[in-house]
Ligand binder design. Structure first.
Ligand SMILES: [Zn+2]
Length: 346
């Protein structure tokens, strides 16, 4: 069996703004945990490359690339109230996107069976023309575009379980029927998009799937959303490769959002995604790190996803199960999503 790959590079730590929640400490926490638990030693390192302007130009405008490069000159700058560009951020962003591209090639070339990319800055809020929401370039979307435009794939799926809606990824592929984009997210919440009625346009109608969930959803609600809606729609689409925008900010310990998912919930979602990839595309799955702002929750949850790729059982984490409170009613929203996408109810 080919190994499970990972991408990491110290340059990812140099994108830094003191006091900002999207900090290098996030990646340090994941790497320390992977080292101490012995998981890292079982993974094959994939050397990230630096994405070129042509790579970034697969989806992003020349103006955006120039703006991010220019903003890093001198002492750095803010592109919006949330999104900073430090002196080394442009280089880090190119290598983050390049990490996803290298992992995609490694999987398609059979060097690894699957991969987890421990990159930052994150990407899923970055639209073709705008950096926002802590994101500069859309790492996972660029990898999907690379697979389609340069590696000859005809259909890929992106599953996004970050607690925020991936508006950037949605924008990149809203009119592209080769990409199935499925997002679960807290709603209403930043960035405001992601209503279930946003389903794609033109020939791509139906290839954007939004599962907007009320605050307070935990493992039961998430597993219903994935089991009843996301999984059947991915099966129906028959992607040749699966990408995951892996944000861990739906964890109950996360300081920025109000969901109640726990580490075991991430393990179960990742197990479901692995089973889909095994059934549809010889297990070809590439994860890219997005958000997640509690360091322990982030480290254990990322490791839980990697454990599913390694075929390992769930490793009990010190944070434990989410609060035992009744979850919100999601029957109505799930029924609306099923109706919007022609899934039979029941
Ligand atoms: Zn997020």
């Amino acid at each position: 069996m080919p190994p499970v790959g990972y991408v990491y590079d110290p340059l990812y730590l140099e994108h830094e703004m003191p006091g900002h929640p999207e900090s290098p400490a996030r990646l340090r926490a994941i790497m320390s945990h992977l080292e101490e638990s012995g998981v890292l030693a079982r993974l094959a390192r994939i050397e990230p490359r630096d994405a070129t302007p042509e790579d970034i130009g697969l989806l992003h405008s020349r103006e955006l690339i120039a703006r991010v490069r220019g903003a890093g000159e001198g002492h750095g700058a803010w592109l919006d109230p949330d999104t900073y560009v430090a002196p080394r951020s442009y280089e880090a962003a190119l290598r983050a996107a390049g990490g996803l591209l290298a992992a995609t090639d490694a999987v398609l070339d059979g060097e690894v069976g699957s991969a987890f990319c421990l990159v930052r800055p994150p990407g899923h809020h970055a639209t073709p023309g705008q950096a926002m929401g802590f994101c500069l370039f859309n790492n996972v979307a660029l990898a999907a575009a690379h697979a389609l435009e340069r590696r000859g794939l005809e259909r890929v799926a992106i599953v996004d379980f970050d607690v925020h809606h991936g508006n950037g990824t949605q924008d990149c592929f809203y009119a592209d029927r080769r990409v199935l984009y499925v997002s679960t997210h807290q709603y209403p919440f930043y960035p405001g998009s992601g209503h279930w009625s946003e389903t794609g346009e033109g020939a791509a109608k139906g290839t954007t799937v939004n599962l907007p969930l009320p605050r307070g959803c935990g493992r039961d609600e998430y597993l219903r959303a994935y089991g009843e809606v996301a999984a059947p729609l991915v099966l129906r689409f028959r992607p040749q490769m699966l990408f995951v925008s892996a944000g861990f900010d739906a964890h109950f310990a996360d300081p920025l959002a109000q969901m109640l998912l726990d580490t075991r919930g991430y393990y179960e979602i990742a197990s479901l995604l692995k089973a889909l990839a095994d059934e549809l595309c010889e297990g070809k799955i590439v994860y890219g790190l997005e958000g997640g702002y509690d360091q322990a929750a982030l480290a254990w949850s990322a490791r839980a996803c990697i454990d599913t790729l390694l075929g390992e059982p769930f490793a009990e984490d010190p944070l434990g199960a989410g609060p035992a409170v009744p979850g919100p009613d999601i029957d109505t929203v799930l029924a609306a999503v099923k109706r919007a996408h022609g899934l039979d109810d029941g």
